[in-house]
Design a protein around this ligand. Sequence first.
Ligand code: GLN
Length: 482
Amino acid sequence: MDLNRLTIHEAHELLSKREISSVELTKAVLHRIEEVEEKVRAYLTVDEDRAIEMSKKVDEEGDFSSPLSGIPVAIKDNICTRDLKTTCASRILANFVPPYDATVSERLKAKKAVIIGKTNMDEFAMGSSTENSAFFATRNPWDVDRVPGGSSGGSAAAVAADECIYALGSDTGGSIRQPASYCGVVGLKPTYGRVSRYGLVAYASSLDQIGPLTKDVTDCALVLNAIAGWDERDSTSANLPVPDFTKSLVEDVKGMKMGLPKEYLGEGVEPEVKEAILSAARVFEKLGASVEEISLPHTEYALWAYYIIAPAEASSNLARYDGIRYGVRAKDYEDLLDLYKKTRSEGFGREVKRRIMLGTYALSSGYYDAYYLKAMKVRTLVKADFDRAFEKYDLIIAPTAPTPAFKLGEKTGDPLKMYMSDVCTIPVNMAGLPAISIPCGFSGGLPIGLQIIGKPFDEATVLRAAYTFERATDFNSRKPAL
Ligand code: GLN
């Protein structure tokens, strides 16, 4: 048995019965990394020694009451891990070792998870293909000439290639769901406020949210259980009760009302993707749900508003990288201003600089009203579309991305084309809603993702529909050949 292929719940069962040990499981994952990492390049750091040490400790203690106990997890490199390098795939943080854990890292450690390493990403999570990493591009395990999506491409690829049992990513405009879709795995962006952002390196603070990337929906519920909930260190985290999400793992969508927005199946959506989504709708109907076409009329403006709001917030958040307090400092400089300039010029990549300039411009006096304020008004309209739809429907289903994974280099020369790959995911962040991507088909051997969007803080219904769909189909049982 290849232990690295197990899901969390499968591994947990074997661990609790003492049929396998955490050390064996961890070694199987490390062995897999050795075997395929040259092709996939999902990891920026593999923390081999500490992972083994941790797994030994879990085995010795012998307490497998937590479902995550002794199970290897990969963490996106913008989530702080104490004493373990956290670079955001940027040269400016190439040497940054956080002196503290993000709340999610702390919560996983409290559940005795084994942190196997840190995954590659687009620099500061700005991108859709992981090609914006300052270090190297990650490849899609289904076709290594293609991108894994982004910005959590390393996490999605690691899960798809069985180089970990599950992973954490972050999603500002689609960065968990879009790579999950491209790599044929499950990815959930929780409601804004459901999971603490403390220790997540900020990109666009009003949109960022951490979530799981897993091999199936059950695992997704297990990880969400572990990381969700109020945190006094994040003022935007919601002080609401967190249900036990494993209670959602029931096969039942009878009577559920689903809306299928026509704007998500229009121009630019590949015919195979459209067909897969329509088939998914038929699966739900057969299982007793109703699916109706709806309209979310402001969808087409969401992307453009996002590319004002996200860069505006980024330009402010990234002001802290000045070469003084932490990270890399330029070597030769004349005075303080020169130090700032050189550090930032050398430290940031092209896309990050583009966003900082865009955001600074959109916020500058004289342009603020025309750009930022207007974009915020559009954001309100986008949210109002969803609010209206959710008066009548329990869930909204849509493609996660308009096409399957594209070729490496295909969109790097044209930022607008790259931005378009998030057209189906961005509105959900603008409205702060929970949404999952699950495998729902293939096009030319490449996975297609179905997006299920829920009401605020109703991850439970999203998971229930996703679980029911997963059990009724077999799209998530296929594995890339590599
Ligand atoms: N591709 C989008 C961007 O570059 C979304 C990224 C993300 O969700 N972090 O902003």
